[in-house]
Design a protein around this ligand. Structure first.
Ligand code: PDD
Length: 286
């Protein structure tokens, strides 16, 4: 049984209980983060804590912990659930109150965190690429917030599952935004393109890292809107997230992307990404 953290205590997952009056449960009133930890070291932790702070600011909820307290708690959590590759999930809700849409006063936030081994994707997904479908993005207008109220994303991802593909890639007003649970990249003539940050997409930590690595390693890259028509003609399409890392899409709406194989820019960037992970890993062991 994994050990979880709930409101100041570490306890077995099946003994952690929250109130039925918690606003996270009743109203989806909260935010979350998913942070990978490799060999016991939290990956891009500062960036994740900054994004958590920005989500909390957007929903006008005071951060219940200082950054030092988050770091201490998360490190204890991963030590208690050690695996080489962990996915740490944390959630903050506006706490327990009589059900009312308006914010309660003087209510303590609920803080929950768990750490589970990352289930590796089938190696075939990286060797052959995966399939995706395009779906109209019908989520709300504040997708930059990592909100726990994920029903639209759940329904969009389910459409992908029902089509037997890995992800639903979303488009709004004629341009692509992101995936149901990831960011997207396209490659045109060796240039890596991803939509700019806006309220239409989550500012992915993996997305930012790829742009940083592209710049440091001489890849051409740009943040720019991609129309649906352009996207369908991309040489390469990638999905990115903390748990997927960089996943090549080789079939889009049953049509081959590029030559139908993971592309050469993906192969090169995937090596750079893996080396960056390895380098952090060896630094954490020092
Ligand atoms: N999802 N966009 C959406 C809608 C996401 O849900 C995610 C990640 C991303 C990628 O963000 P990052 O690179 O920081 O993981 C983009 C996580 C993994 C989840 O909900 O489980």
């Amino acid at each position: 049984m994994s050990t979880v953290f709930l409101n100041g205590e570490f306890l077995p997952g099946d003994q952690a209980k929250i109130s039925v009056f918690d606003r996270g449960f009743l109203l989806g009133d909260g935010v979350y983060e998913v942070i990978p930890a490799y060999s016991g070291a939290l990956f891009r932790l500062d960036e994740h804590l900054n994004r958590l702070q920005s989500s909390l600011n957007e929903i006008k909820l005071a951060n219940p912990l200082s950054n030092d307290e988050w770091v201490t708690m998360l490190n204890r959590l991963i030590a208690k659930n050690y695996a080489t590759e962990l996915s740490v999930y944390l959630q903050v809700t506006r706490g327990i109150a009589v059900r009312d849409h308006a914010f309660p006063t003087n209510t303590a936030a609920t803080i929950f965190a768990m750490a589970n081994p990352i289930k590796p994707m089938d190696a075939n997904c990286y060797q052959k690429g995966v399939s995706a479908i395009m779906v109209e993005d019908n989520r709300w207008a504040r997708c930059n917030i990592k909100a726990i109220s994920l029903l639209p994303n759940v329904l969009l991802r389910q459409q992908a599952v029902e089509h037997g593909v890995v992800e639903a890639i979303l488009h709004r007003r004629g341009h692509v935004t992101e995936g149901a649970a990831c960011n997207i990249f396209a490659v045109f003539n060796d240039e890596i393109v991803t939509p700019p940050k806006s309220s239409e997409l989550l500012p992915g930590i993996t997305r930012d890292l790829i742009l940083e690595l592209a710049q440091d390693n001489g890849f051409k890259s740009v943040e720019s809107e991609i129309t649906l028509e352009e996207f369908k003609l991309a040489d390469e399409i990638w999905l990115t997230s903390s748990t997927k890392e960089i996943l090549p899409v080789t079939m889009l709406d049953d049509v081959q992307v590029g030559n139908g194989q993971p592309g050469k820019v993906w192969s090169a960037m995937n090596v750079v990404y893996k080396n960056y992970k390895k380098q952090l890993h060896s630094e954490s062991l020092k």
